[in-house]
Design a binder for this molecule. Structure first.
Ligand code: BDR
Ligand code: CA
Length: 352
C-alpha cells in the first residue's frame, strides 16, 4: 500500500471548516422581552420554539405588562420554564404599566390586562417553585448589554416599556445593543396594514406608544415585524396535529391548552405574531423585508399608538428612523421550521 501524502495546511483548514457542524458556531445571545401568558398565547408558543433553538442563548426572560398583568407574565413564564425543565433561565420583573398611557374604560372592554396590576391566578398545576430574580428586568437588560457590548439581541414581543426604560437609565445603552427584533406596529401604507386594536394601531405599540417612539428613534439596528406579515401566518389544526403527534413536555402543554379549542372548532386559526419575530433570528431568508422610515404617533387623538412608515421622511415624520420592515413570509418554510423546533426534545440545560 502506498503511504498517504501529508496534507498541506490549507487542505486541513478546508476540511476542518467543511466538517465543522453548523451548531458549532457560538449561539446568539438574546434577551426574551415579553408580555407572557400561558399557551395558547403567542408569547408562550414563541418560547417553546426559542427554547429548542441551539442557535440561541436565552440570557434571561424579561417580563412586561401587556396581554395580561405583569404578575401573570411572571407567574406564567416561571411555570412554563418549570414544566419544560428549563429552570436555568432566569426570569425578571419588568414594567407593571406603560410609561404614560392610562387605560380607559374602552381598554378594559378590549384585549389585554396591562392597565390593571392584578395578582396572578395560579397557572394550571399551581405556581412554580422557581422564583423570579430579585434584580429588576431593566437592570438586567442594562447590565447584560453593557457587559456584552455589540453582542446582545433583544427579541421584544410585548410593549416596549422595559427597553425604553433601559435607554433612559443608561445613556450608553442604545449604542451597545447588537440588534432589536420587534413584534409591533402595522404599516398602513403597505398591504394588510390595518391595526388590530384600534383601526390603525397594533396592540403592542398601542399599549405603550411613548415607549415605542423612544425605542424606534433610538438608532439601534431594528428589524420590525408588524401585523402586515403576521397576517400571513395562520396556525391551524393541521399544524397543531403535527405538533401534538410528538410527545414532549412542551407539546403536552400545547395539547392541554389548545386541544379543547380545536375539538370544539376545528376550523379555528390563530395568527403567529411573535413566532415570526423569533424565527427571524434563525432564518431571516424566510421573510421579505423593505427598508422604511418608521415612527409612532404619540398624540392623544385618533391615531394614538399608530406606526407610520414610508421609504422617505415626510412632513411631521422628521423623527422617523430607518429600519428593516418585514412585509411577507415564506409560510411553507416558516411553519415547517416552527413545527420541527417545537417538537424537538429540549436540549439539556446549558451551563450558565
Ligand atoms: C401582539 O400583541 C400581543 O397580543 C401579542 O402577544 C403580540 O405580541 C400582536 O399585536
Ligand atoms: Ca406578545
Amino acid at each position: 500500500m502506498k503511504p498517504m501524502k501529508p496534507m498541506c495546511a490549507c487542505t486541513v483548514l478546508l476540511a476542518l471548516l467543511v466538517a465543522a457542524p453548523a451548531g458549532a458556531q457560538q449561539p446568539q445571545k438574546i434577551i426574551f422581552d415579553t408580555d407572557f401568558a400561558y399557551p395558547p398565547q403567542d408569547d408562550a408558543m414563541t418560547l417553546f420554539f426559542a427554547l429548542n433553538c441551539p442557535e440561541l442563548q436565552i440570557m434571561g426572560i424579561t417580563t412586561v405588562a401587556g396581554n395580561k398583568s405583569l404578575n401573570v407574565a411572571v407567574a406564567d413564564s416561571l411555570k412554563v420554564l418549570e414544566v419544560t425543565g428549563r429552570t436555568e433561565i432566569p426570569v425578571f420583573r419588568g414594567a407593571a404599566s406603560p410609561l404614560m398611557h392610562q387605560g380607559t374604560e374602552w381598554d378594559t372592554k378590549r384585549h389585554g390586562g396591562w392597565y390593571a396590576n392584578e395578582p396572578a391566578p395560579a397557572p394550571p398545576g399551581g405556581f412554580a417553585k422557581k422564583k423570579v430574580e430579585s434584580l429588576s428586568a431593566v437592570d438586567f437588560i442594562v447590565n447584560t448589554v453593557m457587559q456584552n457590548p455589540g453582542q446582545v439581541t433583544i427579541l421584544a414581543i410585548g410593549p416596549l416599556t422595559n427597553i425604553a426604560m433601559a435607554m433612559r437609565m443608561e445613556p450608553g445603552f442604545a449604542a451597545k445593543v447588537k440588534q432589536l427584533v420587534i413584534m409591533g406596529g402595522a404599516i398602513a401604507s403597505l398591504p394588510d396594514g390595518g391595526g388590530n386594536h384600534t383601526p390603525n394601531a397594533e396592540f403592542n405599540f398601542y399599549v405603550d406608544p411613548e415607549a415605542a417612539q423612544i425605542v424606534l428613534r433610538s438608532g439601534i439596528p431594528i428589524v420590525l415585524s408588524p401585523l402586515n406579515i403576521s397576517r400571513k401566518a395562520r396556525f391551524s389544526k393541521e399544524w397543531y396535529d403535527k405538533i401534538v403527534a410528538v410527545d414532549t413536555p412542551a407539546t403536552r402543554l400545547i395539547k392541554e391548552r389548545m386541544g379543547p379549542g380545536f375539538e370544539k372548532s376545528p376550523e379555528r386559526v390563530g395568527l403567529m405574531y411573535d413566532q415570526i419575530a423569533a424565527a427571524t433570528l434563525i432564518d431571516p431568508t424566510l421573510m421579505k423585508t423593505v427598508e422604511l422610515y418608521v415612527d409612532v404617533d404619540i398624540n392623544h387623538a385618533a391615531n394614538y399608538g399608530v406606526s407610520v412608515g414610508a421609504p422617505q421622511p415626510w412632513p411631521g415624520g422628521e423623527g422617523a428612523r430607518k429600519m428593516m420592515v418585514q412585509t411577507d413570509l415564506d409560510w411553507d418554510r416558516f411553519i415547517r421550521l416552527y413545527v420541527e423546533r417545537v417538537t424537538r426534545s429540549s436540549p439539556s440545560a446549558p451551563k450558565r
